[in-house]
Design a protein around this ligand. Structure first.
Ligand SMILES: [Zn+2]
Ligand SMILES: [Zn+2]
Length: 172
């Protein structure tokens, strides 16, 4: 081998090493920035952010692997979305109406339970919209309603009052 060739090989090797070194540094820095951004999307905890970034800063590609194994599974946005979904589901379940008699599912605009024929709602005497049975006024048009329960309740209270008054006349 001529000295010229050896010189050439030396130059090429040097260039290669320099290139690889620069690439490694670039990757290293890239990993650190990527980790910093990724962990910030997953937690607000400053200590965790600091530790994860330091881990990758010190150990480089190995740290990235470790970080990928240990990082929180969901980003904060994903957690927020899941929470919203769960709340929506919960609300849906909560809003499902059931017949007070047979406990089967009924729709909010049904006047009667189709399974056991229990009356669920009544129609306003004036505008015809559906009202709860115990309402004594229509919230839509203001027309007073006859309630089936209120006379009984008033009657029961009156009866009770009469019963308690009768035996103990000298109460005052
Ligand atoms: Zn029913
Ligand atoms: Zn009405």
């Amino acid at each position: 081998m001529s000295p010229e060739l050896i010189n050439k090989v030396g130059v090429i090797t040097e260039a290669l090493v320099a290139f690889l070194g620069a690439s490694l540094v670039a990757f290293w820095v890239g990993f650190v920035f990527w980790t910093f951004n990724d962990i910030r999307a997953r937690t607000h905890d400053l200590l965790t952010i600091l530790l994860a970034t330091l881990l990758v800063l010190v150990t480089g590609p190995l740290g990235v692997l470790l970080y990928l194994l240990m990082r929180p599974k969901y980003t904060l946005m994903e957690l927020y979305d899941r929470q919203l979904e769960e709340e929506a589901l919960y609300r849906e379940v909560e809003q499902q109406l059931v017949c007070p008699n047979c406990h089967r599912r009924v729709e909010p605009d049904w006047m009667f339970c189709p399974y056991c024929h229990t009356q669920l709602k009544k129609a306003c005497v004036s505008c015809g919209r559906l009202l709860d049975l115990e309402w004594d006024i229509c919230p839509y048009c203001g027309a007073p309603q006859q309630t089936e329960e209120s006379p009984q309740v008033v009657g029961a209270v009156l009866d009770e009052a009469a019963l308690t008054k009768q035996p103990s006349a000298p109460s005052s």
